[in-house]
Write a protein that binds this ligand. Structure first.
Ligand code: ATP
Length: 445
């Protein structure tokens, strides 16, 4: 993990928030390459969820919602973690995340003492703030701790106006906030993060089949984007682990450097949410199924993923160090992020062989040619060509396009270098866009 954190910092992908003031725990900023990577993860999710389907529609709900939403959802009463302090060294922990020693007692990872913890206090993870000028309880609202509730409270409106029939889904990507007791493991557990959630409304009785369906869909999404199946597993929740709303949950877990960790939860929420909101709001949230001629409260299957955790998982999965031929003979260690081309923050780098004036106009022409076709074209003319290749490998650029003297004097063609095989193809500039399109399509096939 330290290697990834260091690489992210050095290349300005992800770094501490408010760094010049010493940082803020559990808060991270995404730099230019990080923004592109995150955007690509969101895009891939939106493509799979919305663009390629007819039965899921997007919304963008407000982060601040009516406070009753969080009473109905159970978050005001129950969204808590058990907080304990070590009496010996004053470190603070989530009790259920403490390690146990050989005699089965939890101990403090900081000072090593067992049996020195305070009684656990239930600590609500929701951040609160106030709307308007007076800071009293009537003005109190919560920063949403999940995006899901937006889909439930908007269910009737969206169903009616989009004219979707059950089964169908509503999804959104957006910020969520949780006052985590111990944010840690880089962007794995933070206090402000982004979720990609979808609520799939279906007829009671069909829910288990839809649950299985969505587990498979979501698993395949990660592997289609290049994730190694050896690092991805499906873990059903044990009975005593289930949330209050859940009829059954499985986690998709990734093998992070610190161990297996949840990447996405896929829950069968039954009719809990719509029933709760119908009761608390007094609005009818049932659905009339014309085909079956019956009215019911739909059941809900929810795949809920985190953008930040997904970014981290893909980065860990793509990271490789390998021996490669060095420019001066022999070999050297090459760091390469083997991102799926759809995820790579830079798609193509345009590299004039040297900074000579004779090459610049052609290199610029190639750059201008590619920009409208690919989001993420990087123009780099500084330093030795070998070093520039390594810089691109390190951030996972699938293709480097080199403009050399032959290009200008002879063939109007460029050299395209493949990140993984380091093979080079000579491609006429007039065919370059089509050539790259084919290579990207091949990676998706
Ligand atoms: P955990 O048990 O790790 O706290 P959770 O089960 O509470 O997670 P969910 O409520 O199921 O998480 O949220 C869905 C997804 O949102 C998670 O799978 C994860 O990817 C992401 N997520 C949740 N909390 C955080 C956080 N503090 N930081 C980053 N991502 C998070």
């Amino acid at each position: 993990m330290e290697t990834i954190v260091e690489l992210c910092k050095r290349r300005g992908i992800i770094f501490q928030s408010s760094e010049i003031y010493g940082g803020l725990r559990g808060a991270w900023d995404f730099g230019p390459l990080g923004v592109a990577l995150k955007e690509n993860v969101r895009d891939a999710w939106k493509t799979a969820m919305f663009q390629l389907r007819d039965d899921v529609v997007p919304i963008e709900a407000s982060i601040l919602m009516h406070p009753k939403v969080w009473e109905a959802s159970g978050h005001v009463g129950g969204f808590t973690d058990p907080l304990v302090d070590c009496r010996n060294c004053q470190s603070r922990y989530r009790e259920d995340q403490l390690p146990t020693n050989k005699s089965g007692e939890i101990y403090c990872p900081n000072c090593g003492q067992a049996g020195t913890f305070t009684e656990a206090r239930e600590f609500n993870l929701m951040f609160r703030t106030f709307v308007g000028p007076s800071e009293d309880t009537a003005a109190q609202v919560w920063m949403r701790p999940e995006t899901a509730q937006g889909m439930f409270v908007d269910f009737a409106h969206v169903q009616l106006t989009s004219r979707k029939k059950v089964p169908f889904g509503i999804g959104q990507i957006g910020r969520s906030f949780r006052n985590e007791i111990t944010p840690r493991n880089f962007i794995f557990r933070v206090r402000e993060f982004e979720q990609m959630e979808m609520e799939f409304f279906c007829k009671p009785g069909t829910d288990e089949a839809w649950h299985d369906y969505w587990i498979r869909q979501r698993y395949d999404w990660y592997t289609a984007l290049g994730m190694d199946p050896a690092n991805l597993r499906i873990r059903p929740h044990a009975e005593d682990e289930l949330s209050h709303y859940s009829k059954g949950t499985v986690d998709l877990e990734y093998r992070f450097p610190m161990g297996w960790g949840e990447l996405e939860g896929i829950a069968n929420r039954g009719d809990f949410d719509l029933t709760q909101h119908a009761e608390h709001s007094g609005k009818d949230l049932s659905y009339f199924d014309q085909a079956a001629g019956e009215r019911y409260i739909p059941y809900v299957i929810e795949p809920a993923a985190g953008v930040d955790r997904t970014v981290l998982a893909f980065m860990v999965d793509a990271y490789a160090e390998e021996e490669a031929p060095a420019a001066k003979g022999g070999t050297e260690t090459r760091t390469v992020l083997r991102f799926h081309p759809d995820l790579a923050p830079v798609k193509v780098a345009v590299l004039p062989l040297s900074k000579k004036d004779t090459l610049t106009p052609t290199a610029r022409r190639v750059n201008d040619l590619l920009k409208p076709h690919f989001r993420g074209v990087d123009y780099d003319e500084s330093g030795q060509i070998g070093r520039r290749y390594r810089r691109q490998d390190e951030v996972g650029t699938p293709f480097c396009v080199t403009v050399d003297f032959e290009t200008v004097e002879d063939d109007d063609a460029v050299t395209v270098r493949d990140r993984d095989t380091m093979d080079q193809d000579r491609v006429p500039i007039e065919n370059l866009v089509a050539y790259l399109d084919d290579r990207f399509a091949a990676a998706r096939a």
